[in-house]
Design a protein. Structure first.
Length: 52
């Protein structure tokens, strides 16, 4: 955090989203920090917001 603050003269902020998809089981594990909830598009075309 200290390094980000030192190099952030424009007062920008940092976010991250990372996901791991197990193609064998179809399971997704993710971490979300500072983003809107990720969206999951199902095979039937419906969309689900993945709230924590």
């Amino acid at each position: 955090n200290d390094e980000l603050c030192r190099r952030n003269g424009q007062s920008m902020f940092v976010t991250i989203f990372v996901a791991i998809l197990d193609t064998r089981t179809g399971e997704v594990h993710y971490a979300n920090a500072g983003h809107n909830p990720p969206l999951l598009r199902r095979t039937d075309g419906s969309i689900l917001a993945l709230d924590d």
